[in-house]
Design a protein around this ligand. Structure first.
Ligand SMILES: [Cu+2]
Length: 135
């Protein structure tokens, strides 16, 4: 069992880590890219999931050749994060699929980092609440 204090400390830890990541990232050029995503299944359970990420530039053109990475954390301490790299779709420019696994039920934070071919970077945070136990 995890009490409220432990949980709050864990969340603070994740947020502090995110703040540090933000500080580091400022050194790199910020990517001006439109990031859209779809999680499937939409109401995830423990087990495999896919995050589909679509990248478009300021003119609405798909951005190919980016490096897209997922880092999944839970909102409590003491658990190793989940990492996964995206695979770019062959037939759909700008579409990237990240296959990963929800390893535990509960609340997750997915950090998606995008590095464009020119080295510019950006990151998105996706909160996924209440991942269910597997059926
Ligand atoms: Cu966990």
């Amino acid at each position: 069992m995890i009490n409220a204090t432990t949980r709050a400390a864990a969340i603070a830890g994740v947020l502090a880590a995110a703040a540090l990541a933000t500080a580091c990232r400022r050194a790199a050029k910020e990517a001006h890219v439109d990031v859209r995503w779809t999680l499937s299944p939409p109401a995830p359970a423990i087990g495999p999931a896919t995050l589909a990420v679509t990248l478009d530039d300021a003119a609405g053109k798909p951005v190919a050749g980016a490096k897209v990475r997922l880092e999944g954390h839970m909102t409590h301490a003491g658990m190793a994060p989940v990492f996964a790299d995206a695979v770019e779709a062959r037939d759909t420019p700008g579409l990237y699929a990240i296959a990963f696994t929800f390893t535990m039920e509960g609340d997750w934070i997915l950090l998606v980092s995008v590095t464009l071919p020119d080295g510019a970077r950006t990151e998105r945070r996706i909160d996924v609440r209440s991942v269910r136990a597997s059926d």
